[in-house]
Design a protein around this ligand. Structure first.
Ligand code: 5AD
Ligand code: SF4
Length: 457
């Protein structure tokens, strides 16, 4: 095909995404803002005119991993230059935000360094990088809201989709970089969110996961001008034709308000699965971590949720070996895990993030102690996940079919509690919710058979 003289030149964009679902969403939006400049996605970095490395800073050795990946990209960039072609190399995300100057100093071949609040300025940065010799750095927290400037999401996301409703965090947990890299808490207006949800529904999305670093702190003025919180936003999204499942992540225990818990009782589309990080079961550690709640308050929230929605399953995040954590503190974490019974969980060894209060604290826990505690906690959590999944065998449940499986005739869907479910079925079921019987539980998935001819929604 010959390009007409007025068309934008075809360019190829390769995006590498690390870290959380927020980064996955942001990578999609960066691709969207670059599409009008003629950038189309490619899976092959060597042939890309632009590569974006979207980084995560939350845990250990994040910056070192970025530098080692940049080393590989440099080789590709040089190979293109040897052929007389260019590769614009951009580092985005939280490592860019936290260590922008270091990246430019140690990796001078990087063209653009941009923090998460500046993605809407990407086209301008690309134009400047194309002209400039040195790197373009944008890691300010600009006065304008990036949400107001990003285009409507262009590419359909699929049967399940993420929708960012909130960004940033004002909680300042002792160990966490997010308040420094993502900035202050900011909520998108309800009308913009509902409009995006409608567009997703029109493109075939059936399940929406509302995203935010502190998603249940979302607040905004509702259509009637009255203040609204996440419970009400979920109600609004549940009325959109085509949207049959809603989830939200990640939440803070302090922000589980009455309206949100009531939503779990009253809105069938709100899935009975909640990721609610607790980090520790020791009140002493929770105070040191500046978590602003106790273990008893966390357990009381879980009890209220279970009363509202008896089939709700819980997930959480844990940190072992935060500075000052004693054996008794760690035992309190194990007690909390036993008391709740999690369907799944993520657990991490504490690792110091420069600039956070815990990084400079005394009483750092020796590495071998952290290793042992992590091992013990993970064994307990793994056993709980296995028990939860085994408890699903024999159940008749709705599954939202999302894609083809790897084997002939196989389709894959999602259980209400987020496990992937494998079964035999026609691919025209993709996008429908069907009833299945769970036959087997595996470590991270379930096997099922369809028990009704057609979709149930
Ligand atoms: N060390 C270890 N784990 C951390 N997390 C956040 N910061 C750190 C850190 N410095 C974990 C928390 C959080 C999850 C996303 O990552 O458990 O909930
Ligand atoms: Fe980080 Fe979550 Fe604490 Fe905010 S609430 S500082 S994002 S761990």
């Amino acid at each position: 095909m010959t390009a007409s003289p007025t068309s934008t030149p075809a360019r190829r964009l390769h995006v590498i995404t690390h870290g959380c679902q927020m980064n996955v969403y942001d990578s999609g939006r960066m691709a969207d803002v670059l599409a009008p400049l003629g950038y189309a996605p490619t899976a092959i970095p060597e042939e890309a005119d632009m590569v974006i490395l979207n980084t995560c800073h939350i845990r250990d050795r994040a910056a070192e991993k970025v530098f080692s990946e940049l080393g590989k990209l440099r080789v590709m960039k040089q190979a293109r230059e040897a052929r007389g072609e260019r590769m614009i190399l951009a580092v985005a995300g939280c490592v860019a935000q936290a260590e922008g100057a270091e990246i430019v100093a140690r990796a001078p071949f990087v063209d653009i360094v941009l923090g998460p609040q500046t993605y809407h300025r990407l086209p301008e940065m690309v134009a400047r990088a194309a002209r400039a010799g040195g790197a373009v750095i944008e890691t300010d927290f600009p006065a304008e809201q990036k949400f107001d400037f990003l285009p409507e999401a262009a590419a359909p996301q699929g049967v399940t989709a993420f929708l960012t409703v909130q960004e940033g965090c004002d909680k300042f947990c002792s160990f966490c970089v997010v308040p420094y890299t993502r900035g202050a808490e900011a909520s998108r207006p309800e009308a913009a969110i509902v409009a995006e949800a409608r567009r997703l529904a029109a493109q075939g999305t059936r399940e929406i996961t509302l995203l935010g670093q502190n998603v249940n702190a979302w607040h905004g003025a509702g259509a009637d001008g009255r203040p609204a919180t996440l419970g009400r936003l979920i109600r609004a999204i549940a009325t959109i034709p085509g949207i049959i499942r809603i989830r939200y992540t990640t939440s803070h225990p302090r922000d589980m308000d009455d309206a949100l818990i009531a939503a779990h009782a009253e809105i069938p589309a709100l899935m009975p699965f909640l990721h609610l990080p607790v980090q520790s079961g020791s009140d002493r550690m929770l105070a040191t971590m500046n978590r602003r709640h106790t273990a008893a308050e966390y357990l009381a929230t879980i009890a209220r949720l279970r009363e509202a929605r008896p089939d709700v399953a819980l997930s959480s995040d844990f940190i072992v070996g935060h500075p000052g954590e004693t054996e008794a503190d760690f035992e309190a974490t194990l007690d909390l895990v036993r008391a709740v019974g999690f369907a799944q969980a993520f657990s991490f060894k504490y690792s110091a993030r420069p600039g956070t209060p815990a990084a400079g604290a005394g009483q750092q826990v020796p590495e071998e102690v952290k290793d042992r505690r992590l091992h013990e906690l993970q064994a307990l959590l793994r056993a709980q996940t296995a028990r939860f999944n085994a408890g699903c065998v024999g159940l008749d449940i709705p599954v939202l079919v999302t894609h083809r499986g790897r084997h002939p005739g196989q389709i894959v869907g999602r259980a209400p509690w987020l496990q992937p479910v494998h079964l035999l079925g026609a691919t025209d079921l993709i996008g429908s919710e069907i009833r299945v019987r769970i036959l087997e539980a595996h470590t991270n998935s379930l096997a099922a058979t369809q028990i009704e001819e057609r979709a149930c929604a």
